[in-house]
Design a protein around this ligand. Sequence first.
Ligand SMILES: C[S@@+](CC[C@H](N)C(=O)[O-])C[C@H]1O[C@@H](n2cnc3c(N)ncnc32)[C@H](O)[C@@H]1O
Length: 369
Amino acid sequence: MTPAHGGEPPAFLTAILRGRDISFREYVELCLYDPENGYYTGGSASRARHADYITSPAISPVFGWALGRLAREMAGRLEGAPVAVVDIGCGDGTLIRAIADSCGVGPTYVGIDRSLSFVSAELREARDITFATSLDAIPRGMATLVVSNELFDAIPASRVVRRDDGLHELGVTLSDGRLDWCETTAPAELVDYFASRGIELRVGQFADVTPEWGKAYGDICDRVDRGMIVTFDYGFPTKQLFDPRIRMYGTAAAYRGHEVHRDLFASPGQQDLTAHVNFDDLERSGIGAGFTTLEFTRQARFLLSIGITEHPLFAPVEERNFGAALAKQVERENARRLVLPDGIGDEIRVLAQGKGVPAGEWSFQRSRI
Ligand SMILES: C[S@@+](CC[C@H](N)C(=O)[O-])C[C@H]1O[C@@H](n2cnc3c(N)ncnc32)[C@H](O)[C@@H]1O
């Protein structure tokens, strides 16, 4: 067991921890989504979120432009059927704005997030985009392209460790006024999570999991009558996610000031906490809801195959003015970061599933070649 961490925790945590220990999952829930103090919901709203981590839509608007192309491709293949584009876990709305700006197929645009505190007042007033906090805002009765970027890795996960006497769940306790780890026998739901997937962790192996990944994905599927769900996230299929040769310590990580670290108790509510997603959970849930898997690949391959390099930023810089050329070069480098074979282009996986749409000959299936 590691020693107690950091300074005195904030009052919103100590108020609870003085009465009882909490599971690590509950700790993450409070740190990210406490209405007043959560990283995504409260206390840090005045702070620019991208000071801590940067996602593809914020790296370059070309990400949204490429997904706009995909929406057009879908509309074209559905012969003019009205199309809605929905971004779930839309954060500050950057992605749905970029898709709407580039798309031009006349669809309905919806941004959904459990907290809209990062969407600017100006964007909320945009006439062409609806922002909502409930999945019920997914339009029914029309073809829908649902996208999400780093939604599932922001769903609080439980942290478990296998001991000699079985699976334990990690919790958080107060020790001398500071946060510290504690352990209890894991509840049946978590034991079943591994048993039902045929996974046996090694003694001493940690893992970060939540049955919510599959449930949340299923909730989205249930609201899409016809269309495609395209999920960008950090994660792996089951076998890789729990492979003891590479993941003895699980995947829970914290982001602060563009650095990833493992001090999960540092600055509660002021840093992002994530865990890699089990993509098999999403895929199985989608299949159970009548969806077919169209593709599962890396972000770079997906974006390249849907034609991201057709964007002018992938053309050579011809600007003669030095300052303008330099600025263009920076934009160009950012666009390239999305698809370079290291960093985000390699690490983020993409699952594309469809229902009531053709199963083959999509641009992104070229990445199989
Ligand atoms: C890591 S951020 C990604 C934001 C944005 N997609 C981007 O790429 O910049 C995760 C977002 O998912 C939202 N979120 C988490 N769980 C959610 C849920 N069940 N439904 C809708 N949004 C959720 C969070 O509030 C947060 O804005």
